[in-house]
Write a protein that binds this ligand. Structure first.
Ligand code: IPE
Ligand code: IPE
Ligand code: MG
Length: 471
């Protein structure tokens, strides 16, 4: 926040029983916070009851409004930004000297309305006449300079009050930014925020609150170098939260989808019923992860140990996987998700293997990936890699050994989530998850919701990933 906004918000915080004329600053989060503390917002001075306390917003008011407040015996808390107040004084000075004033700005904006209210003689200047120029403090500084140059062609410009420094500094930083995308944080009705969006030379994203940042995260994270800036009335806390959210979105999340059987039992149903519900959850989770910019999702669907389950459950799981390959093919293609299946594929029925290969081929060109661990065991994967190393006859390093694993091109998981309250690894990604963060939740997998995913991601974002170093 700039100093003027800071002071205005502080004043409003100290007068939460007051009526604020116009949004104290143009920021939805600030307004929401003040409203929740009791502050009331009105657009017209007539809506403030006589004798009450009124706060003039940072954008300032016309002298007529101030006079009316005095007539109504209002107690005035003036939160006008000092730079706006300076512009008011400049307009008054020009008027006293009989010099016509040109105001550069948006005529619908509160600040401009206030400035126009200072002008006593509204006549248009004549060619060659001496004029004063005052601009809205949050305009595009380059555009203002251009307008002043235009005015200088026809008039003698006596003095110019330019945009405020806080505005100028932000604009200069945005102009200088040479990244691929810029996230501008602030509200739609904030003039200086909008100007930052206009000035940027790269792809621009705008967000006024955390929900909007979360929605945009997926699209933004496709860019390599991202800048973040904010309007002058954007709370620091929101800014920090948004940056942390962009910085700390895991690239790869792995799920131990556990609790299907218990979920079914709680409903008096057979375990297979829980597996079907779990499969539906999986497809939703893949979509939510995509929306959040997570490029790789790995799921533990069937372990090398799961072969020990009763034959009918195992057969049911094979049938369910085959059915999923068919029913989800179109949506994987539509959502551009590449399917990979890792594990001891040789153990699977021939028909299922063909179904897997077919869908893997059809989705091979896509960037986002869904890795399904099926007949998978972390030890089996390491043992298989060791045997391949022996076949090749070479001593291994960590890097070369990694290349012998089932999906060597995929980065290690950043986060492993296990549902159903169990707190163990169960032979999942033993090599790959050496530095993963773990998140455990009691929620049974079929019930795992978008909110549960966000909770896991928030938990991940709060961890300090030192990776052996000191940070
Ligand atoms: C996870 O759910 C799915 C598979 C292991 C195939 P479970 O079947 O392990 O469910 P619970 O643990 O018995 O509730
Ligand atoms: C882990 O779940 C394996 C899968 C989710 C596929 P299990 O329920 O089979 O594992 P344990 O036996 O509880 O460790
Ligand atoms: Mg289980």
């Amino acid at each position: 926040m700039c100093a003027g906004v800071h002071a205005a918000v502080d004043m409003a915080m100290r007068h939460t029983d007051a009526y604020c004329l116009h949004g104290i600053v143009h920021n939805e989060l600030v307004i929401k916070e003040l409203e929740s503390r009791g502050c009331r917002f009105v657009e017209d001075i007539e809506d403030v009851p006589d004798g009450a306390t009124v706060i003039f917003s940072a954008h300032g008011v016309a002298p007529g409004v101030r006079a009316r407040a005095e007539e109504k015996h209002l107690e005035i808390v003036d939160a006008t930004c000092p730079f706006v107040a300076k512009s008011h004084r400049a307009v008054r000075d020009f008027c006293v000297r009989g010099i016509p004033v040109v105001v550069i700005g948006d005529p619908e904006h509160a600040e401009v309305k206030g400035l126009l209210g200072e002008i006593t003689d509204r006549r248009a200047p004549v060619k060659g006449e001496r004029i004063g120029v005052v601009c809205q403090t949050t305009m595009n500084a380059d555009e203002v300079r251009e307008r002043v140059r235009e005015l200088q062609r026809d008039y003698v410009v006596d003095g110019v009050v330019e945009v405020c420094n806080a505005t100028k500094e932000r604009q200069d930083a945005v102009r200088a930014f040479d990244g691929d995308a810029l996230l501008v944080l602030g509200s739609r009705n904030s003039n200086n925020t909008r100007k930052l969006c206009e000035i940027a030379k790269c792809r621009v994203f705008a967000a006024g609150n955390m929900e909007e940042v979360l929605k945009l995260r997926g699209e933004i994270s496709r860019y390599e170098k991202i800048g973040v800036t904010s309007g002058a009335s954007t709370p620091e806390e929101f800014f920090k939260g948004a940056v942390a959210c962009l910085k700390r979105t895991p690239r790869h999340v792995a799920f131990i989808m556990d609790g299907n059987g218990r979920w079914a039992a709680k409903r008096g149903k057979k375990r297979g019923f829980g597996h079907i519900a779990g499969a539906k959850t999986l497809m939703r989770v893949v979509r939510w992860c995509g929306e959040r910019g997570i490029q790789y999702v790995t799921v533990y669907a069937f372990s090398t140990e799961n072969w020990r389950r009763p034959a009918d459950e195992v057969a049911g799981l094979m049938r369910l996987f085959a059915a999923m390959l068919k029913s989800q093919a179109a949506s994987l293609v539509k959502e551009k998700v590449r399917l990979r299946v890792i594990g001891r594929r040789g153990d699977l029925p021939e028909k299922l293997r063909r179904g897997i290969e077919d869908l893997e081929r059809r989705t091979a060109g896509f960037d986002r990936q869904l890795v399904v661990c099926f007949s998978y065991g972390g030890r089996a994967e390491i043992v298989d890699a060791v045997n391949r190393a022996i076949e090749i006859g070479e001593k291994v390093t960590e890097a070369s050994f990694g290349r012998l694993l089932y999906a060597p091109d995929i980065p290690d998981p950043d986060l492993v989530v296990r549902t159903s309250g169990e707190r163990r690894i169960s032979n999942f990604l033993l090599w790959e998850s050496a530095y993963a963060e773990y998140h455990f939740t009691d929620v049974l997998w079929p019930d795992f919701s978008e909110g549960d995913l966000d909770a896991a991601l928030a938990d991940y974002a709060s961890r300090n990933r030192r990776i052996g170093g000191v940070k």
